[in-house]
Design a binder for this molecule. Structure first.
Ligand SMILES: Nc1ncnc2c1ncn2[C@@H]1O[C@H](COP(=O)(O)OP(=O)(O)OP(=O)(O)O)[C@@H](O)[C@H]1O
Ligand SMILES: [Mg+2]
Length: 238
C-alpha cells in the first residue's frame, strides 16, 4: 500500500459555544482515516455529521481537541498540523494543500483574474515566471472553467453563486498541490459546468493529487470515490 499523505489518528473535535453558556458539543469522536497519492476519499453522511469540520481540521481552520493529523509532504518532514505553528500552516497551505470551501471569501476590489493569479505569487521568483505570465495562466484556467471573458476584470462580489464557486475552484487548481480538499465544489453548478469540474478533478487525481471531498450528488460521489467513509460512525450520541 502507498504511504498515506494525509492521516487522521483518533481525532476528536468538540466545540465550546461561548455565547450559549459554554455549551460543549461533541461533534467527532475517534476519527481515523488516511489517503494516499491519487486517491479520492469521499466523506458521506447526513447534514451536521461533521464532514465540513473534518476538512477544516485538516486545513488548520479548526484545531483538533484530541488526536493527530499527520500531513506528509513528498520531499519533506511529516507535520502534525494540530501542533504546527501558524507559519507552518501558511506554508502548507501555499504548497501542500488546497481547499475549496463552499463559499468564496470575497476580497473587495480585486478582480477575478487577479484572485486566481495570486495563487501563483509565492512561486514567481522560484519559477522564473512574472506577473503577466501568471495572469495568462489564470486566463487559461478561467476559460477552462467557462467563466465569461467579460467578467475576468470584475471583482466576484456580484457574480452568481456558481460563478463564485468556479473562481474558488480556479484559484485552487491553477497550482498543483499534493492534496485537495473539496467541500461540495459543484453544489451551485449546472450539469455542463459540473462535468467540467469533474473532469478537472479526475485530471488532478491522475496526476497524483490526493483528494478528500464532500459531494452532495451521490452519482458524482460514486464516480469519483476510490474510498468512502461513513461519518455517522464518528458521532457520539449521549
Ligand atoms: N465553529 C463551530 N462552533 C460550534 N459548532 C460548530 C462549529 N462548526 C461546526 N459546528 C457544529 O458541528 C456540527 C457538524 O458541522 P459540519 O459543518 O461539519 O457538518 P456537515 O456534515 O458538513 O453538514 P452539512 O452536510 O450540512 O454541510 C454541526 O452540528 C455544527 O453545528
Ligand atoms: Mg458541510
Amino acid at each position: 500500500m502507498n504511504k498515506p499523505i494525509v492521516e487522521l489518528i483518533d481525532v476528536d473535535k468538540t466545540f465550546t459555544v461561548h455565547n450559549q453558556n459554554g455549551v460543549v458539543l461533541s461533534v467527532l469522536k475517534h476519527v481515523n482515516l488516511s489517503v494516499s497519492e491519487g486517491e479520492c476519499l469521499v466523506l458521506d453522511g447526513p447534514s451536521g455529521m461533521g464532514k465540513s469540520t473534518v476538512l477544516k481540521l485538516i486545513y488548520g481552520n479548526y484545531r483538533a481537541s484530541q488526536g493527530q493529523i499527520v500531513l506528509s509532504p513528498h520531499n519533506g518532514l511529516a507535520v502534525d498540523i494540530t501542533q504546527a505553528p501558524p507559519r507552518t500552516v501558511i506554508e502548507l497551505r501555499n504548497n501542500f494543500m488546497g481547499y475549496v470551501s463552499q463559499f468564496l471569501r470575497i476580497i473587495p476590489r480585486v478582480s477575478a483574474l487577479e484572485i486566481v493569479a495570486e495563487s501563483l505569487i509565492e512561486d514567481l521568483d522560484r519559477s522564473g515566471m512574472d506577473w503577466d505570465q501568471s495572469l495568462d495562466k489564470a486566463k487559461d484556467v478561467l476559460s477552462q472553467l467557462n467563466i465569461p471573458m467579460n467578467l475576468w476584470n470584475l471583482p466576484p462580489a456580484t457574480f452568481s453563486g456558481g460563478e463564485q464557486q468556479r473562481i474558488n475552484i480556479a484559484r485552487n487548481l491553477i497550482k498543483r498541490k499534493p492534496v485537495l480538499l473539496l467541500d461540495e465544489p459543484t453544489a451551485s453548478l449546472d450539469k455542463v459546468n459540473t462535468q467540467i469540474v469533474v473532469d478537472l478533478i479526475q485530471q488532478v487525481l491522475h496526476q497524483g493529487t490526493a483528494v478528500i471531498g464532500i459531494f452532495h450528488d451521490p452519482e458524482l460521489a460514486k464516480a469519483l470515490a476510490t474510498q468512502r467513509l461513513d461519518m455517522t460512525q464518528f458521532r457520539e450520541f449521549t
